[in-house]
Design a protein around this ligand. Structure first.
Ligand code: AMP
Length: 279
């Protein structure tokens, strides 16, 4: 089940291929929860074999971000993967993925300019580089990503299209706690008081959705309403609340085509994201 080496994964996949089996890949940073599990479940349903990668990718963290403190529990992750029916957990060391003198990068532009790309300047270069490495190592038929990271999904789709990577990218819906908070490995950082305050994200999402459902097409009105709701929560600090075109991630403040409404909010020191798509 647990595989730490690139050559080991390649050999396993080669053996599967010789039997004519299809392969699904679920890339993660571990500390797996039901959001990840929904991706794994779908991959297990749609493929003969499934690889889950667990790798906290240093390249996608900025210098002031939470790389050191990011939660890790590989034993629990392996248990969840096994129970869900995955076949291999690929969990490489940083030195396995980035040996000395590593100097090649995959940079997807345009679609990375706004939203998280703006607040986290090196983030998507790190994501694209590691995901394309994983695609080359595992050579999956299908790869599964959550709508929770909506811009990441759009960026991966663009990279796959632009670079003619032979993989089907499958987007999966956001899995939430019973009270609405989107599941995230970073939710473990929250104190009890912050956990309560974090509900402003999903409340803002619902408020935005409702306004549009009632016929509001003015993006600024929608965003203003959402911002006001978040600003009323003393523990919350807005990074961004924005409306963009669904596929290009360009700012677009009119609901006259499919749009993504996305937000990033600090609850204390923890940065959380949420979003909805309106089609
Ligand atoms: P991460 O481990 O946070 O990098 O996430 C790995 C994958 O799981 C990404 O494609 C995420 O979008 C997805 N994911 C994380 N949380 C959720 C969630 N609550 N619902 C659906 N997908 C999720």
């Amino acid at each position: 089940m647990l595989e730490k080496n690139i050559t080991g994964v390649r050999e396993t996949v080669k053996a599967w291929r010789s039997e004519g089996l299809s392969v699904g890949l679920v890339p993660t940073m571990g500390y797996l929860h039901e959001g990840h599990k929904s991706l794994i479940d779908r991959a297990v349903r749609e493929n003969d074999r499934v690889v889950v990668s667990v790798f906290v990718n240093p390249m996608q963290f900025g210098p002031a971000e939470d790389l050191e403190t990011y939660p890790r529990d590989i034993e629990a992750d392996c248990r969840l993967c096994r129970a869900a029916g995955a076949d291999v957990v690929f969990h490489p060391e940083v030195s396995e993925m980035y040996p000395k003198n590593f100097t090649s990068f995959v940079d997807t532009t345009g679609v990375t300019e706004e939203l998280c790309g703006k607040s986290r300047p090196v983030h998507f270069r790190g994501v694209c580089t590691v995901v394309s490495k994983l695609f080359h190592i595992v050579t999956p038929d299908r790869a599964y990503f959550g709508q929770k990271d909506a811009q990441q999904l759009a960026v991966i789709r663009r990279m796959v299209r632009d670079l003619n990577i032979n993989v089907e990218v499958v987007g999966c819906p956001i899995i939430r706690e019973a009270d609405g908070l989107a599941k995230s490995s970073r939710n473990t950082y929250l104190s009890a008081e912050e956990r309560q305050a974090a509900l402003v994200l999903s409340r803002a999402v619902n408020a935005g959705k409702e306004l549009i459902a009632r016929g509001e097409t003015d993006g600024d009105a929608v965003l203003q309403k959402m911002k006001a709701l978040i600003e009323a929560e003393p523990l919350a600090k807005i990074d961004y609340v924005e409306m963009v075109r669904r596929d290009t991630m360009e700012i677009h403040r009119t609901v006259d085509e499919p749009v993504l409404v996305a937000l990033a909010v600090y609850i204390g020191k923890t940065r959380l994201i949420d979003n909805f798509i309106w089609e």
